[in-house]
Design a protein around this ligand. Structure first.
Ligand code: SF4
Length: 229
């Protein structure tokens, strides 16, 4: 059964344009300092929600919601994800997926079940470990990006920017690289201090205004570009 660490019954932001329930999958192999859901990082947690409970809530929401988004943590960590998606699709919901793209085999398995992907790209691929704390994470993330682009599944690529972890020149290099690889829809989102356990990163604050200025420089690279947060 899918290990679920949290459930949001109604969201209009996790899949823009869709009214969704959000299933927060337990477990993530990376250790991003800015993570705003650190309680979802351990593979197991005491406060998990039984999959039967999730399905019971979704049955009550049939006709009221468009979609269910599998978020995390990292949903593709779990072998139970494809069956969970089939369960939800059988209720008539569209399926969204938030992922860092690091489990290629499982991503390949679930992409045919998914209507939309929100793919997190954290940094230039050569500098990924500076964010995730895991060597080799950039190689895996790049493979995930290539899978999503090749799949034809509707998607957005997004990058969370903390001013101490991703400098302007790195962000600009990343944007150029993503455009060259064929990314059409790109969202830059400001770090949110809520939930982050690193006091120094929280204190560094956000810089939405500066992001908007910086981002104007490469907005023309994409068919659809926005700053969020
Ligand atoms: S990949 Fe996402 S869930 Fe995992 S540690 Fe990083 S921000 Fe948190």
């Amino acid at each position: 059964m899918l290990r679920v660490g949290g459930l949001t019954p109604l969201s209009s932001t996790d899949w823009p344009g869709q009214l969704s329930a959000v299933v927060f999958c337990q477990g993530c192999p990376w250790r991003c300092g800015y993570c705003h859901n650190p309680g979802l990082i351990p593979a197991q947690a005491a406060s998990e929600i039984a999959w039967d409970e999730v399905m019971a809530l979704l049955r009550r929401r049939q006709g009221l919601l468009d979609a269910v988004v599998f978020s995390g943590g990292e949903p593709t960590l779990q072998a139970a994800l494809p069956d969970a998606m089939r369960d939800v699709r059988a209720l008539g919901f569209k399926i969204g997926l938030h992922t860092g793209g690091m489990y290629a085999k499982r991503l390949a398995e679930v992409l045919p079940l998914v209507d939309w992907v929100g793919l997190d790209v954290k940094a230039p691929f050569a500098g990924y470990a500076g964010i995730t704390g895991v060597e080799g994470s950039g190689t895996r993330a790049l493979e995930g990006l290539e899978q999503v682009l090749a799949s034809g599944v509707d998607h957005e690529v997004r990058t969370t920017v903390h001013p101490e972890l991703l400098h302007d020149d790195a962000l600009a290099a990343l944007a150029r690289d993503l455009a060259a690889r064929g990314v059409k829809r790109y969202v830059v989102q400001a770090f949110r201090p809520q939930g982050c356990e690193d006091a120094a990163l929280r204190a560094s604050g956000t810089r939405t205004r500066a992001l908007q200025d910086t981002s104007l420089a490469f907005a023309g690279l994409f068919e659809d570009f926005s700053v969020r947060g």
